[in-house]
Design a protein around this ligand. Structure first.
Ligand SMILES: Cc1cc2nc3c(=O)[nH]c(=O)nc-3n(C[C@H](O)[C@H](O)[C@H](O)COP(=O)(O)O)c2cc1C
Length: 210
């Protein structure tokens, strides 16, 4: 465990040296730190197992170590699985506590994902399927959140933000489906988009895109 902690510290230094503006510690989806948090995967009988406070002990040690060397001006996010979607596993109310503890340990924002922790999980998918977890964490823990999961249009993004269900909205597959998603959203919302220089003369024919 000491070696893994040292590796996280080393990776954080390398991320800073490489010029990244934000890093996200993965406390979700069954990866190592996530496996400490879920009662379905953590069977330890020492001070790192048992109660949620104990199961959070090692992930929080990593959050604190990373925060201590990650520059103050750069945000640190943690990604959490808000539910295990399995009997006896993590549920929404646990996510509120996990978020609160992570922020207290030095994280700046919580990226609220779900599941992928145990093979027997029964996920509930659908439009914006993880946004209710972000909404709950944001309002009950009173911490900044990101939401992600089946969010497709710029209008959906703005609706989530305006309703206060998250502070940031993250899209994954939408960018795979349309690599120009950001440009298309900007155009739809009336932002100016520069043409590449060799097409600059087109500006006079497409005034909206100047
Ligand atoms: C090809 C692909 C690879 C992904 N890899 C990761 C990953 O390594 N770590 C992670 O946290 N999420 C990963 N995700 C999940 C996304 O971060 C995101 O939570 C998920 O796709 C739901 O958002 P979406 O509906 O906007 O795609 C991946 C998703 C896709 C489609």
């Amino acid at each position: 465990m000491d070696q893994v902690a040292a590796d996280f510290v080393r990776a954080t230094r390398m991320a800073d040296a490489a010029g990244f503006d934000l890093i996200e510690l993965h406390l979700a989806h069954g990866y190592l730190l996530s496996s400490f948090i879920s009662p379905l995967t953590n069977r330890r009988t020492d001070e790192y197992g048992g109660s949620l406070a104990n199961r959070m002990r090692y992930p929080l040690e990593i959050v604190s170590l990373v925060r201590a060397i990650w520059p103050d001006a750069k945000p640190l996010s943690v990604r959490i699985s808000a539910t295990d979607w399995a009997p006896g596993g993590l549920e929404g109310h646990d996510a509120v506590e996990i978020a609160r503890m992570s922020i207290a340990a030095g994280a700046d924002i919580v990226d609220v994902s779900a599941g992928q922790t145990v093979p027997e999980a029964k996920p509930v998918y659908g439009r914006q399927f993880q946004t209710p977890f972000s909404d709950r964490v944001r309002h009950e823990a009173r911490v900044p959140t990101m939401t992600v999961g089946n969010i497709s249009s710029a209008a959906d993004v703005n609706t989530i933000l305006a309703a206060g269900r998250a502070d940031l909205v993250v899209l994954a597959r939408a960018h795979l489906w349309d690599p120009y998603w950001t440009r298309h959203a900007a155009f739809d919302l009336g932002y100016s988009l520069p043409w590449p220089p060799m097409y600059a003369t087109l500006n006079r024919y497409t005034p909206r895109m100047k």
